[in-house]
Design a protein around this ligand. Structure first.
Ligand SMILES: [Zn+2]
Length: 120
């Protein structure tokens, strides 16, 4: 068995996110270049709107992935400092199944549900 499973799974998630970010950045460049090549008028050409929409989608996905990376890095720090798997809200241990599904989570299931309820 691996002596440090959280770290290993976090590093795997991190590699995945970096890969995804690279792909998104590449497609963003493609979209921008395609738009420049075709010399579309964003305001009057319906194709121009499509370009703007896909550009917005790609950049919001990239922003989301960057946030994931930040969360994963923070979790790696917690692994190092020995606070990984402890709920930042109530200090309880986060269930292993939850950590497996969301390795970068900082809250136990009850606290996460409270936050979601507060948002609604
Ligand atoms: Zn909690």
């Amino acid at each position: 068995m691996d002596p440090d499973p959280p770290r290993v799974s976090l590093l795997a998630k991190r590699a995945e996110a970096v890969q995804r970010l690279r792909g998104l950045e590449a497609s963003f460049t493609d979209i921008v270049e395609a738009a420049q090549d075709s010399n579309l008028d964003d305001e009057h050409d319906p194709e121009g709107t499509t370009v703007a929409v896909s550009r917005a989608q790609v950049s919001s996905l990239a922003a989301e992935t960057r946030l994931q990376l930040v969360a994963i890095d923070a979790a790696l720090v917690r692994v190092q400092t020995g606070t990984y798997g402890v709920c930042s809200q109530c200090g309880a241990m986060i269930a292993p199944a939850r950590l497996e599904a969301l390795p970068a989570t900082t809250k136990c299931i009850s606290c996460a549900q409270l936050v979601n309820r507060a948002r609604d």
